[in-house]
Design a protein around this ligand. Structure first.
Ligand code: FES
Length: 110
């Protein structure tokens, strides 16, 4: 069951931005990849890098610590598909950006 929570407003993010948000006590990042919002766990699965400081490039968010690249669409590592971040669904309702804190993808092998 979805539990949509408002986290930001349209216009709060520019393309390439990644911001920290917390939904239902879960630390996440909300980002804007081109014209598509994405949400995923805030901590990198490698060594806990904070993806709030990540760089969005070519459909991926790049961890600031060691450069691992994760798909903004699926959370999967660019070179190791068995490594994955938890992602969350994002929607825009009017001027509001909402996240459903129910995990959309889970860590681990596909
Ligand atoms: S902590 Fe993210 S790549 Fe190492």
């Amino acid at each position: 069951m979805s539990e949509w929570k408002q986290v930001a407003k349209v216009g709060d993010l520019r393309p390439g931005d990644v911001i920290a948000v917390e939904v239902a006590g879960i630390p996440m990042v909300l980002g804007l990849d081109g014209d598509r919002y994405f949400a995923m766990q805030r901590q990198c699965v490698h060594r806990g890098g904070d993806l709030t400081d990540g760089i969005v490039s070519r459909g991926h968010v790049i961890c600031p610590n060691h450069g691992w690249r994760f798909s903004t669409a699926t959370g999967r590592h660019a070179e190791a598909s068995d490594v994955c971040l938890v992602t969350y669904a994002v929607r825009v309702v009017g001027e509001h950006i909402e996240i459903d804190p129910v995990p959309r993808t889970l860590q681990g092998p596909s």
